[in-house]
Design a protein. Structure first.
Length: 376
């Protein structure tokens, strides 16, 4: 019983354990399990939770069949990918991944089939696996990995450049032409929506293009939001675009969604450059300014507030540099809060009421602790 309990110990991503019977005690084990799970007040006997290896193999074959049928429902034949060779195999792999990410629900269902198969597969031995099963499993896994693939973009990469790479990659749809022709690149730095619409319409992998762009924008928005909480509106706009697309689940809407994501990427790029337009040296100063900003400020007050933002940020960073884990200790946290409060009392424009000082003190502290919480 102790051995069985250890094999079935709960772990994230684990669905079952595997017990190997070397000395023929499986019947005794099953009886013990039945006794252990029996109703202590009498009545029916307990249940035997063990599954015979033949049932495991059958479950694997059923999962492969279900995944294959699911792909066929969405216009892709797994057998085509298995039989393909060389560049044709790569092209069909993209086609399969594109079909399996047409909607969020389709992608989720396919990934459930694939992950279930891969979990069960770990418990099979070589003699349990036929060559046909191995080919089917490898093809399903390859599509799954294509869907899970994450693009790596440097933080300094302009969004238009990154999107250009995505669109360019998925325009390569003819395997023979791919070998003979030079890669095509389109200058979308000016966000020419008509050009983008035409080129996107040519792609046979529209779903993959959208998936890659969604992941790129989601990563960039998360990064920008962590630097400046006032940018929450970009996150909300992104969520609205994706929610509308998923709700409609209409293939015609994919080009509209693509265009909306392009416009959002342009807005994000402009936001990343806003600190220059506002006259700051870096995005940190702009973020502090946004935290302190309020409606109905005069031009003179805005000018003064920008100076306050720069000076306050400099004082806080200078203070943090002298501290060890400043946000972990009550004493150092209090010292930072006092610095913020005193500077706000001294320097904020007169249009800020005395009652609002505590609000902005807390807002600045939350921002500083979030952005510089890792300072040692």
């Amino acid at each position: 019983m102790q051995t069985n309990a250890r094999a079935n110990r709960v772990a994230e991503g684990k669905t079952n354990g595997l017990i190997v019977d070397y000395i023929g005690i499986v019947k005794a084990l099953r009886q013990a399990l039945a006794d252990y799970t029996a109703n202590p007040e009498g009545g029916a006997g307990g249940n035997d939770p063990t599954i015979d290896k033949k049932e495991l193999i059958m479950h694997v074959m059923e999962t492969i069949a279900a995944a294959t049928a699911f792909m066929k429902e969405h216009d892709f034949e797994l057998d085509d990918l298995i039989k393909a060779e060389s560049f044709e195999k790569l092209s069909l792999l993209k086609k399969a991944a594109n079909a399996m990410c047409e909607t969020a629900e389709i992608r989720k269902s396919y990934c459930t089939f694939a992950s279930t198969l891969l979990k069960l597969w770990k418990y099979l031995d070589r003699e349990d696996i036929t060559p046909e099963m191995k080919q089917q499993k490898d093809a399903i896994e390859a599509i799954f990995k294509e869907l899970q693939k994450k693009r790596k973009h440097a933080d300094i990469t302009d969004l238009s450049v990154a999107i250009n790479e995505i669109v360019n990659e998925h325009l390569e749809v003819d395997s023979e032409a791919t070998m003979a022709a030079e890669p095509r690149r389109f200058d979308i730095s000016g966000i020419d929506f008509e050009l983008l619409r035409r080129e996107f319409a040519k792609s046979k992998e529209k779903n993959l293009v959208l998936k890659d762009i969604q992941e790129l924008l989601q990563e960039r928005i998360a990064q920008m939001l962590s630097q400046n909480p006032s940018r929450i509106n970009f996150y909300e706009k992104y969520q609205e675009i994706i929610r509308d697309y998923n709700q409609e689940q209409n293939r015609v809407t994919i080009e509209k969604t693509f265009e909306e994501l392009m416009k959002l990427s342009h807005e994000l790029t402009e936001e990343e450059k806003r600190y220059i337009r506002e006259g700051f040296d870096n995005d940190e100063q702009l973020s502090m300014y946004d935290v302190l900003m309020k409606d109905d400020l005069s031009k003179e007050d805005i000018k003064k507030l920008k100076v306050v933002a720069k000076e306050l940020l400099e004082k806080i960073k200078t203070q943090l540099a002298t501290m060890d884990h400043p946000f972990d200790k009550q004493e150092t946290r209090a010292s930072i809060i006092i610095t913020i409060r005193d500077e706000l009392w001294r320097a904020l424009p007169e249009s800020y009421s005395d009652e609002s000082i505590n609000y902005y003190r807390d807002a600045v502290y939350r921002y500083v602790s979030q952005r510089y919480g890792g300072v040692a």
